[in-house]
Design a protein around this ligand. Sequence first.
Ligand code: DQA
Length: 147
Amino acid sequence: GTVFILNGPNLNLLGKRQPEIYGRETLKDVEENCTKLAAEHGLSIRFHQSNAEHQIIDWIHEARETAIGIIINPAAFTHTSVAILDALNTFEGPVLEVHISNVHKRESFRHHSYVSLRADGVMAGFGTQGYELALLRMIRLAGLQPV
Ligand code: DQA
């Protein structure tokens, strides 16, 4: 099985961008950690980042045909995008939402998530480890390994 891990705007700058909030690990580091963890459980991942809303929607559509689940950090689109919510609502497998920072500790505009109306679970404030924790949950949901 394949899990899609999708990342929204500005996450290409992870490691350099506001490290006091998002830490020093890069998105490449996150991808490597997730690839390793997935392989240990017999899963493969497709890891993507885009600053463009339409690109993220296109990947969700692609996931409909090829993925057992989606892990998504929609970044700022979390708080704005009905279109990404609608796309996720066309996907039948589990959807897990990840935020590196604890969005609830931050500005009030970050407290609302359109994506949470669809997500089966949300990780927030676990740093970049949140991706791996979400992946472990995905493995459990997929019934592949008792984690
Ligand atoms: C974020 C939180 C969002 O509010 C913000 O716009 C981001 C990153 C996080 O991972 O903590 O870009 O999704």
